[in-house]
Design a binder for this molecule. Structure first.
Ligand code: NDP
Ligand code: AKG
Length: 425
């Protein structure tokens, strides 16, 4: 085959390599042409910007920001913005491609995009973050747009940052443009249910997986890595469905209680404690990585990518892994996990509840109407359940794990849409 070479990769387990390795495997099963392979592989647009920001001490610091639009074949680019010191262009490229596949898996009319700024929001004041977000938005004025590319929250960002983005974009355009961004505060056109949406989709995926494995949620135990937007809501909603959450973690470490952790208490503690679980008294503090190896039925990695690797996958005891984070399992760990017979509901399916409700937010902004929470939850639960069943059926048909099945579904959909549209230039 005459495939374009991927960008040089220093770290052998980086997320772009992991994404490409699954993409390659699915492409082989689908028998996609070399030309289509290259069309789907190379991002449609990659933007790198320098962002000078006046810090509180009066000095100017320059941050590097990225936006990658992987594909607009199914619709406008869609994907969150990440603030994290580890952000790199390769990471954003992988995350953007995952958005393309994710939107195709849950059947929403979007392409895939992602943004990131290399910075440490934990060490920045609200004012510094606001100036950074506004600078980023101004530098992306020609990229963003309700019909072009619609950002949303990801690690390190939430409704507050989306409000600043909407405001800056709207001022530059001379009118209020709600639909340019999703995950906004409710008063600015945010949607009911968006805050919990990703965690809720994780819960629906976990219950669907448990059903296939004949695990009773009322007798099941779970460990959740990451206690931010995705992890904390996933833990709370699983707890509500009867699952005993025996392990949780954030950057401060991991916390274990074999009788089950009171998740409401943990959330209240974190909210009152500057966003961290440090010092949480409802559980014993254990080594952070040990959380992955706890004797639980369900493991939900909901922090960041490449936490499950070839070096530690062998120690996982869970029967079911539901990926709340994007790319938490490196491609090199897949075989080990598959050999152990662990069922994995992959990221591009399991965490798609967030973008699904983002899509509902965008629809509501465009029709100028608000839906009830009940309507939103029913529709997103159904979208998640349908997507789970579609992926499960493909995995049975091709006798492949759920991850590969999800890529097959997505790549088939995007490539056939491209063929119908034509216009190869
Ligand atoms: N927000 C969304 O709607 C969606 C998010 N995702 C993905 O889910 C993941 C989490 O995102 P989100 O919840 O929004 O991000 P948040 O920033 O809200 O939360 C991230 C959480 O992970 C914790 N964390 C970071 N590094 C580690 C580590 N090494 N070990 C344990 N915990 C760690 C953070 O701890 P601390 O707070 O102490 O820093 C925090 O609790 C990301 O992969 C994101 O791409 C996917 C789909 C949608
Ligand atoms: O809500 C969205 O539009 C995107 C969320 C996101 O970044 C993701 O699913 O990884």
């Amino acid at each position: 085959m005459t495939y374009l070479e991927p960008a040089p990769i220093k770290d052998k387990e980086n997320p772009l390599e992991s994404m490409m390795s699954r993409f390659d495997a699915a492409v082989k099963i689908l028998g996609i042409s070399d030309e289509m392979y290259n069309i789907l592989k190379v991002p449609a647009r990659q933007v790198i910007v320098g962002l000078p920001v006046t810090m509180d001490n009066g000095k100017i610091e320059v941050f590097e920001g990225y936006r990658v639009i992987h594909s607009t074949i199914l619709g406008p680019g869609k994907g969150g913005i990440r603030l994290d010191p580890d952000v790199t262009l390769d990471e954003v490229r992988a995350l953007a491609a995952w958005m393309t596949w994710k939107c195709a898996v849950v059947d929403i009319p979007y392409g895939g995009a992602k943004g990131g700024i290399a910075c440490n929001p934990r060490n920045m004041s609200a004012g510094e973050i606001e100036r950074l977000m506004r600078a980023y938005t101004l530098s992306m004025l020609d990229i963003f747009g309700p019909d072009k590319d619609i950002p949303a929250p990801d690690m390190g960002t939430g409704p507050r940052e989306m409000a600043w983005l909407m405001d800056e974009y709207s001022k530059a355009k001379g009118m209020t443009v709600q639909a340019v961004v999703t995950g906004k505060p409710l008063v600015l056109g945010g949607s009911l249910g968006r805050t919990e949406a990703t965690g809720r989709g994780v819960m629906v995926s976990a219950l669907s997986g448990m059903e296939k494995l004949k695990l009773n949620p009322y007798r099941a135990t779970a460990a959740v890595q990451g206690f931010g937007n995705v992890g904390s809501h996933a833990a709370a909603l699983l707890h509500e469905k009867g699952v005993s959450i025996t392990g949780i973690s954030d950057i401060s470490g991991a916390y274990f209680n074999d009788k089950g952790i009171d998740i409401d208490k943990a959330m209240a503690y974190r909210n009152a404690n500057n966003g961290t679980l440090e010092g949480f008294g409802g559980a014993e503090k254990i080594d952070a990585e040990e959380l992955l190896f706890l004797p639980v039925d369900l493991l939900v990695p909901a922090a960041k990518e490449d936490v499950i690797t070839k070096n530690n996958a062998g120690k996982i005891q869970a029967k079911l892994i539901v990926e709340g984070a994007n790319g938490p399992t490196s491609a090199k760990a897949d075989d080990i996990i598959n050999e152990k017979g662990i069922m994995v509901v992959p990221d591009i399916l399991a965490n798609a509840g967030g973008v699904t409700v983002s899509y509902f937010e965008w629809v509501q902004n465009r029709i100028g109407y608000k839906w009830t929470l009940d309507r939103i939850n029913r529709r997103s639960d159904r979208a998640m359940k349908d997507a789970f069943n579609n992926v499960f059926d493909i995995s049975q048909k091709h006798k492949v794990p759920m991850r590969l099945a999800a890529y097959i579904l997505a790549i088939d959909k995007v490539s056939s849409s491209y063929k119908f549209r034509g216009g190869y230039g």
